[in-house]
Write a protein that binds this ligand. Structure first.
Ligand SMILES: [Zn+2]
Length: 191
């Protein structure tokens, strides 16, 4: 990470009162925020943005904003788990590469995105982020952990099964969210 970006992060941290002391502080913050869960069990984007802290996206504020929007469509309990267990990363187009020492990874699952994510239409962004989230939530294996690694046929089947399962869960999340929104909408009077 270039020094300029660190300075930028510090400035941002002061503005939003976020810090890198995420391990100790986030729990309290989360507990405090849990009081805000309303009947339909979804967080609002502002709450999710705060819950993430800067570390969840390794200080990529654009990704953090996008995730905050997308996570409004999945149940609050899932959001709690994902933010505790994962890091969501995206390549920095200004960098040739990035090094992450294992000391900061803290046994997190990583959902990794390619930069063109930001150019996708809104539906595509939502689907891409939720699809990787579904892989995490369903405790899917990395292809490197598949059974019968030397058998491409078997690996293909295992891969396709997981892809299908992830897509089915994303569809369910979206449908449940749409239903919850329909319930929230006030009923039209008279026609
Ligand atoms: Zn997939």
């Amino acid at each position: 990470m270039p020094i300029g970006k660190l300075a930028d992060l510090n400035a941002r941290s002061k503005r939003t009162t976020l810090t890198f002391l995420w391990e100790g502080q986030k729990v309290n913050h989360l507990e405090q925020r849990r009081g805000l869960i309303i009947e339909n069990k979804y967080y609002d984007a502002e709450t999710i943005y705060d819950m993430q802290g800067a570390f969840f996206t390794m200080s990529d504020d654009r990704l953090r904003h996008l995730i905050a929007q997308v996570f409004t469509k999945i149940p609050a309990g899932v959001v709690d788990q994902v933010i505790d267990d994962c890091l969501y990363l995206i390549q920095d187009p200004e960098e040739g590469g990035t090094y992450f020492p294992n000391t900061i990874l803290k046994n997190k699952h990583i959902c990794m995105f390619a930069y063109p994510l930001f150019d996708e239409p809104k539906k595509g962004k939502v689907f891409t982020i939720l699809h990787e989230t579904a892989h995490y939530y369903l405790k899917h294996k990395s292809p490197f952990e598949f059974d019968n690694l030397t058998d491409p046929n078997s690996c293909g089947k295992q891969y396709n099964k997981q892809e299908k399962e992830a897509d089915v869960l994303v569809d369910k999340w979206i449908k449940d969210w749409e239903n919850s929104q329909a319930k929230l909408r006030p009923k039209k009077k008279g026609g």
